[in-house]
Structures are given as C-alpha cells and as structure tokens.
Design a binder for this molecule. Structure first.
Ligand SMILES: [Fe+2]
Ligand SMILES: [Fe+2]
Length: 181
C-alpha cells in the first residue's frame, strides 16, 4: 500500500509535541514501518530496549538504563545525520532535535540518579512508561516526515510500504519489503 505520509513541505508545523497518550503495551508491528529501512531497524530496537527497561528488576535496571541511553544516542545521531545529509528544513529539524534532546536528558538524569541510589525501581519504570507513551506520537508525527523526506531525496518519491498484514495474498507470509516508488 502507498505510504501517504506527507513531506514537511505539506506539513502543518507545530512546535509543541502532541500530548502523549497512555500506551498500555508497545509491541513492534508492521504498522510502525516508516518505509526507510535503517530508521525502521532503529525503531524496532527502541521497542525492544524500552520494553526491557519497563520490565527491569532491581538487578537489571542499571544495565537497562545504560542500554536505553546508548540506544537513544545512536538512534538520534542517525536521524540527525540524515537531516544534515538531506538538508532537512531547519524549521522542522529544530523541534525534532529539541524533542530528542529533551528525551535523552530525561534518561540521562534518571540514570545518574539511579547510579547513586537516589531513585528506585518505580522511578525507572515510570521513565520507561513515559518513553513508551512518547514514542508513537513522535514516530507518527516527526519521524514519518523525516522518512518521507529522505525517501523523496533518495528515490525521487515516497516509499511504498508493504506490510505483512496488509500485503497482497500472493505474497509469502511473513515477508515484508520496501520498494522505492
Ligand atoms: Fe526515531
Ligand atoms: Fe526522531
């Protein structure tokens, strides 16, 4: 099916992120595909790392916090490098980067406090839940614009995203691919 997400040029620009809604369970599925393979890989990894943090125990919390921080550093650096390489418009990259910075700072703050024993497991789990609540809105609104922009720059058109559940019935079950339009 066609990815109908809009490029930034057609996007109504809002500085404030949309209000995050409570997400009971964040599970990776094909509806979350943006159509830019490396971004999709990084998002799939985010889902795994944040769920590990949400389910962490007293024994694993510090390691899960470290994994979350290093995942976010590379996830965000990757998106920033695509913004730079494809000359993503400043008006859009600024608030996208600001949101990344805010999220990374929150993780770093909790991790530093957890290291010195100033916060406990409930704070770590609350942080994980706030990341779970934050991600779908960020992905749908900010990352999808970037993905559409990158595909436009790379292929001169938006990617066609074929999702497992919605794929034509003659496709191999479980197969998923992205084809440049
Ligand atoms: Fe992202
Ligand atoms: Fe992002």
């Amino acid at each position: 099916m066609m990815n109908t997400r809009q490029t930034p040029a057609h996007h109504e620009h809002r500085h404030a992120p949309r209000q995050a809604r409570h997400v009971e369970k964040l599970e990776w599925n094909d509806a979350m595909l943006m159509g830019h393979g490396p971004m999709d890989d990084s998002h799939e990894e985010f889902v795994a790392v944040v769920n590990a943090l949400r389910n962490s125990t007293v024994e694993t919390a510090l390691a899960c916090l470290a994994a979350m921080e290093s995942h976010l550093v590379s996830h965000f650096e990757l998106e920033h490098s695509w913004m730079d390489k494809t000359a993503f418009p400043e008006a859009y990259s600024k608030c996208h980067r600001d949101q990344h910075d805010e999220v990374l700072e929150a993780v770093q703050r909790v991790r530093q406090m957890a290291i010195v024993g100033a916060v406990g497991l409930s704070t770590v789990h609350r942080l994980a839940q706030s990341l779970i609540d934050w991600f779908p809105g960020h992905a749908d609104y900010m990352d999808s614009s970037l993905s559409a922009w990158i595909n436009d720059k790379l292929h001169g058109g938006q990617a066609v995203v074929i999702r497992r559940n919605m794929a034509h019935e003659d496709r191999v079950p479980g197969e998923s691919e992205t084809i440049a339009a």
